[in-house]
Design a binder for this molecule. Structure first.
Ligand SMILES: Cc1ncc(COP(=O)(O)O)c(C=O)c1O
Length: 423
């Protein structure tokens, strides 16, 4: 077994990490195992997983039945392509299961291996839809300020967070952004650009990586109205919020709004295998299916509908259903928000916000030296693993976190914020 120092040395030499800069990786945590809401590193240190890793490990770590589902499927049939003309059993049954879980009128799934692929698929499908309907110029995709949709070139272009853009340009053409929580601004933008040039709006039900921003209660109903009025498709980026994180199965269910396309990933396998996808409305599906043979939806990924990933998704959904994890998220969420709410009285805290099992604590950087970055580093030392965006500490624990672990998580976060504030 290699020592921590040897592993770090090899990591520094050979492994390029997402969002890489070596100064952020001088003394990385090298994780070794996990159980439920708890992770351990190779040095035996214990951490509460405050973000379900990347908002995805909803059923918690160490689920042997997910490993068994993958092993069973790999022994039987590890991989086959699902390009038109061939298929596989777990993908077929998973697509049917997803249709039953999806809102009425969305019944057709294309599988990807993650969120960015899902969003790129959604954008291309929206363009395909309008193009087939004789409006190829109806191609612009409207994203929102603070939105994060992944970092493939299409998803990067829909992502607003400015830190992801420099030195990777030019971005894909045809993407623009509007203020996040203002349906009037969306309407004005569609009018200004010309509705005949706008294919779709993409929105996260609760903005996650942008710093945990839930919308005003009437926001999505208005967005739906605007989209309907100007014949613009609504793409719900449910990559974080799908599969129960907000205490409803889908995020937009919170406001009783049905999108035209749902983009999903993370929670469908709780991160045990890379799987995502889009669920299309029956209207979009019909258009794709009813074309003559020379008009094909020429979109594809080698690993679309990967049998082992789909088998793991089934086992993950079994756990979510058997253990009532969507209801559990709804039950635990008030506790998370009530506990963190005490920070509203701290002069070092600008805002505490969130919805369901997602919370953000925005600091006043003038009152906390090093702001959220310093708090995150101290949290690591105190055994909590999570992330921040600018001045906001993000929390999104696993949906299986024990009540005493949730208390511990909140205690450590509250105390650390207090300790690091200037007195
Ligand atoms: C809302 C949202 N969309 C898309 C993505 C991109 O997913 P991936 O990293 O799997 O490409 C993320 C990742 O965090 C996300 O939070």
């Amino acid at each position: 077994m290699l020592s921590y120092e040897e592993l770090t040395d090899l990591d520094h030499q050979f492994l390029l990490h997402p969002q890489h800069h070596p100064s952020d990786h001088v003394e990385p945590i090298i994780f070794a195992r996990g159980e439920g809401a708890i992770l351990w590193d190779v040095r035996g240190r214990r951490y509460i997983d405050g973000l379900a890793c990347l908002w995805n490990v909803n059923v918690g770590h160490g689920r042997r039945e997910l490993a068994a589902a993958a092993a069973r499927q790999m022994e039987e049939l590890a991989f086959v392509n699902s390009y038109v003309g061939s298929s596989n059993v777990p993908a077929i049954t998973l697509a049917e299961r997803v249709a039953k879980l999806a809102p009425p009128g969305l019944n057709t799934t294309f599988f990807t291996t993650g969120g960015a692929e899902s969003n790129d698929t959604a954008f291309k499908t929206a363009r395909f839809y309008w193009s087939i309907k004789g409006q190829p110029e109806k191609a612009k995709i409207i994203g929102r300020v603070n939105g994060y949709h992944g970092v493939s070139i299409g998803a990067t272009s829909a992502t607003h967070l400015p830190v992801f853009h420099p030195r990777f340009g030019p971005l894909a053409p045809g993407f623009l952004h509007v203020p996040a929580m203002d349906p009037d601004a969306l309407e004005e933008t569609i009018q200004r650009e010309g509705p005949e040039t706008v294919a779709a709006v993409v929105a996260e039900p609760v903005q996650g990586a942008g710093g945990v921003y839930p919308p005003p209660a009437d926001y999505f109903a208005r967005v739906r109205e605007v989209c309907d009025h100007y014949e613009v498709l609504l793409i719900a980026d449910e990559v974080i919020t799908g599969f129960g994180r907000l205490g409803t199965f889908w995020g937009l269910q919170q406001w009783d709004v049905t999108p035209d396309i749902i983009s999903f990933a993370k929670g469908i396998t709780s991160g045990y295998m890379p799987l995502g996808g889009v669920i299309l409305s029956d209207t979009i599906r019909s258009l794709i299916y009813e074309q003559p043979p020379e008009i094909k939806w020429m979109h594809a990924f080698t690993y679309s509908a990967h049998p082992a990933c789909c088998a793991v998704a089934h086992a993950n959904l079994d756990i979510i259903e058997r253990e009532g994890l969507v209801e559990r998220a709804a039950r635990l969420a008030p506790r998370l928000h009530t506990r963190l709410g005490v920070l509203r009285d701290e002069p070092s805290v600008k805002e505490v916000r969130g919805l369901g099992m997602m919370a953000g604590i925005e600091l006043r950087p003038d009152r906390v030296p090093g702001s959220a970055g310093a708090v995150i580093a101290e949290l690591k030392r105190r055994g909590v693993f999570t992330r921040h965006r600018l001045d906001t500490i993000c929390l999104s624990p696993t949906l299986v976190i024990k009540e005493e672990e949730l208390e511990e998580l909140c205690d450590v976060v509250i105390q650390t914020v207090r300790d690091l504030a200037t007195k």
